[in-house]
Ligand binder design. Structure first.
Ligand code: FAD
Length: 385
């Protein structure tokens, strides 16, 4: 293989470049990214950068030393066998890495609507979070909660509009999401409320009510950024479909990060995980596969969020129907675990209890069974349950 093209210069893209070089690939590498920045981490955007504690979050890597041809500000437009068409012309490849991440979903309406995906988005939004500004945040998921944290801290008047009956419902369910309600003190939290459109001066709700706002932030989720592949002869279904080696349906092409829906041996289903840990670690497997080595991606997915002074950490994957067991009361530090039908641990959510997370992740990996009677006592370490 002489020339590997990596499309998408986010964490997954740059980590794949590093992994290729780390595995001894000496051929040509071209890294194509439509943003004008060099690769950076996104988690700090809704935390340190939005709070004004940091201006950038560049990945600590040296593209020059890695011998990479970096094309910033260049978008891939389409793909046919062996050739990527970009906004700057065609580029031929022997191996291709698809690492184009995900794009935020926007709502209908002509009013100004902010999303938070890029460094530029974060800078733009940060400048608007000033004392007294009326900020309407649509969605009380991970991004919405983190933006609400920063906006309240900046002295804004914050309204959060959420269609579900509790924050974080999509990710962890209404029962656990409801345990975070008290964190929204001082915020006008509208649950079970649908937005009709984002208009000039605020948000129109279904039913007609208008929520006035100087700043509207839409945080209702993302879609895999695969539009450029629409006419390509490659399997797409909720992202780029891959096997457990991150191999796509096209020869010599792997996909990795937020855009990849890989086959999980562990859960016997396809997973697409929009989290940093996947973008960090899956590239080792993508690079190995591209170089013809045997490697399988089969992690216990991990994610964290920092909101309202709390650290939330989640590991695993819980299909609907798994049994939920609480450990501790919502007023303090607590966690919850999902048990599969056979008594093994499927997933853990830890709130300010990092030990439960670390131990839970190991237990999930090992496939051990836990005793529900002991689990309910938060004093008993998870590893002793
Ligand atoms: P991306 O980081 O999206 O990178 C993909 C790159 O490809 C982008 O730069 C994009 O512009 C580029 N691209 C797209 N299409 C094209 C094209 N056609 N041609 C060329 N380039 C293209 N995860 C956690 O686990 N914990 C957190 O606390 C957390 N916080 C987050 C906070 C924010 C604000 C955001 C946005 C994400 C957060 N995440 C968090 C998620 C995590 O950052 C992502 O999972 C991770 O960035 C995915 O990396 P990626 O490289 O797959 O995709």
């Amino acid at each position: 293989m002489n020339h590997v093209v990596v499309v998408g210069a986010g964490l997954a893209g740059v980590r794949t470049v590093e992994a290729l070089r780390g595995r001894g690939f000496t051929g040509r590498i071209t890294l194509i990214g439509q943003e004008r920045h060099r690769p950076y981490d996104r988690p700090p955007l809704s935390k340190a950068v939005l709070k004004g504690e940091a201006d950038t979050s560049f990945v600590d890597t040296d593209l020059e030393t890695l011998g990479v041809e970096f094309w910033p500000g260049v978008g891939a437009k389409s793909l046919r066998a062996g050739v990527v068409e970009t906004t700057e012309g065609e580029v031929a490849y022997d191996g291709l890495v698809i690492a184009t991440g995900a794009d935020p979903i926007r709502l209908p309406g002509d009013g100004p609507q902010h999303v938070l995906r890029t460094l530029d988005d974060a800078h733009e939004l940060r400048a608007m979070l000033v004392p007294g500004a009326r900020v309407a945040i649509i969605g009380a998921g991970w991004i919405g909660a983190e933006v609400a944290t920063a906006a309240r801290r900046a002295g804004c008047e914050v309204t959060v509009v959420e269609s579900a009956s509790a924050p974080l419902s999509t990710a962890v369910g209404a029962e656990l999401g409801g345990r975070t309600l008290s964190w929204y003190d001082g915020i006008d939290l509208r649950l079970g409320t649908m937005v009709d459109s984002v208009d000039e001066g605020g948000v129109r709700l279904v039913g007609g009510e208008f929520v006035e706002a100087h700043v509207v932030v839409t945080g209702i989720g993302v879609r895999p950024a695969v539009e450029w592949l629409a006419d390509a002869d490659i399997d797409l279904h909720n992202g780029v479909v891959t096997d457990e080696h991150l191999r796509t349906s096209l020869p010599g092409v792997v996909a990795v990060g937020d855009c990849a829906a890989w086959w999980s041996r562990r859960w016997r289903t396809r997973l697409r995980v929009e989290h940093w840990d996947t973008a960090l670690n899956a590239p080792e497997v993508a690079a190995a596969t591209l170089l013809g080595e045997e490697a399988v991606y089969d992690p216990v997915p991990y994610f964290w969020s920092e909101q309202f002074g709390h650290m939330l950490q989640y590991a695993g994957h819980h299909p609907a129907g798994d049994r939920l067991v609480h450990r501790g009361e919502p007023e303090g530090k607590w966690s919850a675990v999902w048990l599969a039908g056979d008594g093994t641990l499927a997933a853990v959510l830890a709130v300010d209890r990092p030990r439960d997370l670390v131990q839970g992740r190991r237990i999930i990996d090992a496939g051990s069974r836990l005793d529900p009677e002991r689990l309910v006592d938060p004093q008993v370490p998870l590893r002793d349950c």
